[in-house]
Write a protein that binds this ligand. Structure first.
Ligand code: AMP
Length: 415
């Protein structure tokens, strides 16, 4: 029997219902903040990621689905969506005047990762990007939107973990400090860290290796090495979050895996997650648009993993909210015709209803209703047709009652 490719799964049933609920909530909340949707292709040229995510990142180094297409182009199945959104915004000249550009995306991403729980090779992200504004206020706006999104989904124990990674200008001072620190205990760090120290020393701070984490004890602190403007920016963002009542902690080791962040980097942790890694992350990336060949436009954004979010919500809230359909069961041919007419008027009135079209015995229909978790079954037989009524069976209690046909729409709409 054919199976789905390792790390790629089919979405359906309860899990997909959470995906849909999350996506609907995202569109509602982001739309309220003035963000518009953008959809970029899954395939991008290799260069888009090399020049943005960075050649020192694990994503570009180890995890990309990369191949040469029939026309000899080096292409990649996008491992993340920010680079594609930036590429598109430049290509379509969305950033040429001074207006802020607020965009969000929802879609699949691909990374050839080692398999572990909650990690997939095709996974889904929702992200929001705000272009054209460099202020801490724009970050607070974006984080507030994120906070509303997660709160409206029903997550309660959220903590924003923040740090500032400074600017490319202020970073050499920190690089020097971390290199000096590293040199004193180089033998305690893993091979990857030795490589990172050369390519992107900040990344040593977020090595997942426990020994490296221990060796980092007493490491130089990024926020002690900020230029004055970055320090002011960081202080202002913290003041805004405090004023807005958004709980946050400062994490001096938070640098995020991608090379393009400047100033604010953040993650959101949920204690509903237990020991698992962060629910999402993001930050400011002021240099990226220019780096990819566009104008010098600042930007701030984040991406959340839908797969993990759906898993957490399933754990915290159980089944995704849904409009439970009723089932309409006609008995006999005349009733089957009338049932189609009744169902049509109910559907047109917006009522969720499944129609039994197999014919046959009521017992079979009731057994299916049970398996499908349907609560209300409407039965239309000759007797009901004569009296202009419908028999209604409530599956949970087994009770049965009679509704006049004229009241069915209103009663179902309220159930
Ligand atoms: P990143 O783009 O690495 O900053 O990841 C942002 C979020 O995407 C993470 O916090 C995860 O929730 C999610 N994510 C990243 N990689 C995977 C994966 N392989 N499978 C499932 N979710 C992922």
């Amino acid at each position: 029997m054919a199976q789905s490719v390792k790390g790629m799964r089919d979405l359906f049933g309860a899990e997909l219902r959470w995906f849909q609920h999350i996506e609907e909530t995202a569109r509602r909340v982001f739309g309220r903040h003035g963000y518009g949707e953008i959809r970029t292709p899954i395939l991008e040229e290799l260069d888009v990621f090399k020049r943005s995510v960075g050649e020192s990142s694990d994503i570009v180094n180890k995890e990309m689905y990369q191949f040469t297409d029939k026309g000899g182009r080096e292409v990649v199945m996008r491992p993340e969506n920010t680079a594609g959104v930036v590429r598109a915004a430049i290509q379509h000249k969305l950033l040429i005047n001074a207006d802020p550009v607020l965009l969000y995306y929802i879609g699949p991403q691909f990374r050839y990762e080692r398999m572990q729980t909650g990690r997939y090779r095709q996974f889904y992200q929702i992200g929001a990007e705000s272009f054209g504004v460099a202020t801490p206020e724009s970050e607070a706006e974006s984080l507030l939107m994120l906070h509303s999104f997660l709160t409206e989904l029903g997550l309660k124990h959220l903590v924003f973990s923040i740090n500032s990674v400074g600017t490319p200008e202020s970073r050499p001072a920190f690089h020097a400090a971390i290199r000096a620190f590293f040199a004193q205990r180089a033998d305690q760090f893993c091979e990857d860290c030795h490589r990172r120290l050369q390519s992107n020393p900040l990344r040593v701070l977020d090595c997942k290796n426990v020994k490296c984490q221990q060796a980092l004890e007493g490491h130089p602190i990024l926020t002690d090495h900020l230029d004055e403007a970055s320090a002011r920016h960081h202080a202002r963002l913290k003041a805004l979050l405090t004023d807005l009542g958004i709980p946050f902690t400062e994490d001096p080791r938070l640098v995020r895996g991608l090379d393009y962040y400047t100033r604010t980097a953040f993650e959101v942790l949920s204690s509903d997650l237990g020991a698992q890694s962060a629910l999402l992350g993001g930050g400011r990336y002021d240099g990226l648009v220019k780096q990819l060949g566009g104008p010098d436009v600042p930007a701030f954004g984040w991406a959340i993993g839908l797969d993990r979010l759906a898993m957490v919500l399933q754990q915290v809230r159980g089944e995704a909210p849904r409009q439970a359909p009723a089932l309409l069961v006609p008995l006999g041919e005349r009733a089957a015709t009338e049932a189609l007419k009744l169902a049509r008027s109910l559907w047109e009135a917006g009522v969720a209803l499944q129609l039994e079209t197999r014919g046959g015995a009521l017992k079979k229909a009731l057994a299916s209703a049970n398996r499908l978790g349907i609560q209300t079954v409407l039965i239309l037989g000759d007797g009901e047709l004569e009296t202009g009524t419908v028999a209604v069976k409530h599956m949970a209690t087994g009770e049965q009652e009679t509704w006049p046909l004229a009241e069915v729409t209103a009663r179902l709409a309220n159930s």
